[in-house]
Design a protein around this ligand. Structure first.
Ligand code: NAD
Ligand code: UDP
Length: 319
């Protein structure tokens, strides 16, 4: 297949390109390097089945190549206000990427009669009232809160995808991605795993927002990509949660990172430093993914963290 991946120079987009190329597809990557990096796709520069377009998805995409699939992954993805590249610092870009960018990529897919996938997020559930949220959960979200530029952009993106599916009969997919980590996350991304690993490798205390009792469930990137690949080749049009359902508190993961890196500097608690609306718990209900795709995460947290620590060790040694 000939596949367009937007957000190709990002963490997930670059792994997705690798997987699609490994399966024999031809891939066109599109990115404007807003939060991604040319380094993430540098290894693909000599691959005859890979080409790249430097473009902003919120602008009309003029591409005169036959496409069989369009995968829309371009969007800032970090909620950390202290990262210059987190979505609170890029609110208008974040809104445009999943609104105008979704119209543009859907239009392109429609013109090619191509299948389409939208990268949505667990954030569409906001701070859900039922735990863990299944895809039937409507969410508990504020349209004007500090995360709203992201939550509402992704909710709008999902609504747009379903409208094109219903009106034009397009062959669409929606993946609701839960916290995913691994090599190629940006060092200045601001999300918890790159932040804490980086601090640990520098021998600094790890910054914990609040008391660290809030939970997340972390999926290693290879597991997520496997689920995305299966979803792309499934017939499922309604949203599917993908992630890992092992729930762990932020304090526990901080302990684990200190143990795996041999860091003895402990923690520093920063109640005042965090953006509001930090969900207290997050864990996916993976029933639909397991049933529909025969998929489940297989890489345990310690193994995934070791690989990620190794990646960040190399990155820091290059700086
Ligand atoms: P990332 O920041 O590494 O990648 C996003 C990529 O999109 C970057 O390369 C960036 O330059 C590009 N981009 C942003 N705006 C663009 C625009 N207007 N035009 C062209 N390119 C643009 O983040 P990621 O973690 O790889 O996230 C990829 C997608 O997955 C995003 O849509 C994000 O919302 C979604 N997602 C990720 C996670 C996660 O845990 N990693 C969780 C939920 C959803
Ligand atoms: N967090 C933290 N220290 C950091 C970065 C994040 O304690 O240096 C916490 C944050 O408050 C949140 C959790 O870790 O409760 C996950 O944050 P992240 O930014 O990775 O993503 P989120 O799941 O909030 O979208």
């Amino acid at each position: 297949m000939h596949i367009l991946v937007t957000g190709a120079a990002g963490f997930l987009g670059s792994h997705l390109c690798d997987r699609l190329l490994a399966e024999g597809h031809t891939v066109i990557g599109l990115d404007n390097f807003l939060t991604g990096s040319p380094e993430n796709i540098a290894h693909l520069s000599n691959n005859p089945r890979f080409s790249f377009i430097h473009h902003d998805v919120s602008q009309f995409i003029s591409l005169h190549k036959k496409l069989d699939a369009v995968l829309h992954f371009a969007s800032p993805a970090s909620p950390n206000p202290h990262s210059p590249r987190g979505y609170p610092n890029l609110p208008i870009e974040t809104l445009k990427a999943s609104s105008l960018g979704t119209f543009n990529t859907l239009g392109l897919a429609r013109a090619n009669n191509a299948r389409y996938m939208f990268a949505s997020t667990s954030e569409v559930y906001g701070d859900p009232r039922e735990q863990p949220p299944a895809e039937s959960d409507w969410g508990h979200v504020t349209p004007i809160g500090p995360r709203s530029m992201y939550d509402e952009a992704k909710r709008f993106g999902e609504a747009t995808v379903m409208a094109y599916h219903r009106v034009h009969g397009m062959d669409t997919r929606i993946v609701r991605i839960f916290n995913t980590y691994g090599p190629r996350m940006s060092l200045d991304d601001g999300r918890v795993i790159p932040n804490l690993i980086q601090q640990a490798l520098r021998g600094e205390p790890l910054t914990i927002y609040g008391d660290g009792s809030q939970t997340r469930s972390f999926c290693y990137v290879d597991d997520l990509i496997e689920g995305i690949y299966r979803l792309l080749f499934s017939e499922e049009h309604l949203p599917v949660n993908l992630g890992n359902d092992r729930e762990i508190s932020i304090l526990e993961i901080a302990h684990l990172i200190n143990k795996l890196t041999g860091n003895r500097a402990g923690f520093v608690f920063r109640p005042e430093d965090r953006l509001g609306n930090d969900p207290q718990r997050r864990r996916p209900d993976l029933t639909r993914a397991r049933t529909l795709l025969g998929w489940q995460p297989t890489i345990d947290l310690e193994t995934g963290l070791r690989r990620t620590i190794e990646f960040f060790r190399q990155q820091l040694s290059l700086r």
